[in-house]
Design a protein around this ligand. Structure first.
Ligand code: APR
Length: 179
């Protein structure tokens, strides 16, 4: 068992940032930026459902939706990822409606669910920064802060990848990680 000190120091070694398509990631779980119905949508949600196939929607239908900030897990079906963790980010409404805490909860609850299921590798998109309009800099700071905090006390999660769909998000994540 590594002491918190050592796990703390190797936290950033377990975090990777890449530009790419989350549907192509061969990891234990990819995280989907879903909406509260969990019945699919546009953006990364649409891409994941298209790549996973209709069985994903069939399983999502059994979940009864998901409140903002919470997360639910399904199988990955035709995706290379074994599982999809569906989380619902906050819609940006100016920052005075608890958006920061709700977004932080998305990362905490997704990682907690991965740990509960014994998963070791997880890939995140930039939750809420697309259709939901969350400013990228603030959202990235929350993603990095919450992931570092979780990895510091959960050595069983071996690797977290932030998948950036474009160069702007990629540079923002690298800057947020001091790279
Ligand atoms: N791989 C990785 N990232 C992606 C992909 C992809 N294939 N497609 C889009 N993204 C990125 C976007 O560029 C953005 O940075 O995912 C981030 C989140 O954007 P959205 O998918 O728009 O998600 P969000 O802002 O959380 O809005 C959620 O959109 O798709 C609907 O059903 C979803 O209603 C919900 C809303």
């Amino acid at each position: 068992m590594t002491t918190p000190q050592t796990s703390d120091t190797n936290v950033d070694a377990r975090i990777e940032v890449i530009q790419g398509d989350i549907t192509e990631q061969d990891v234990d779980a990819i995280v989907n930026a879903a909406n509260s119905s969990l019945l699919g949508g546009g953006g990364v949600d649409g891409a994941i459902h298209r790549a996973a196939g209709r069985q994903l929607l069939e399983e999502c239908r059994t979940l009864g939706g998901c409140p903002t900030g919470e997360a639910k897990i399904t199988r990955g079906y035709h995706l290379p990822a074994r599982h999809v963790i569906h989380t619902v980010g906050p819609v940006w409404r100016g920052g005075e409606h608890g958006e920061a805490e709700l977004l932080a909860n998305c990362y905490r609850n997704s990682l907690a669910l991965a740990a509960q299921h014994g998963l070791r590798t997880v890939a995140f998109p930039a939750i809420s920064t697309g259709i939901y309009g969350y400013p990228l800099d603030e959202a990235t700071a929350i993603a990095v802060r919450e992931t570092r905090a979780f990895l510091a006390t959960h050595p069983d999660i071996e690797h977290v990848t932030f998948i950036c769909f474009g160069p702007h998000a990629y540079q923002t994540y690298l800057r947020a990680l001091g790279r």
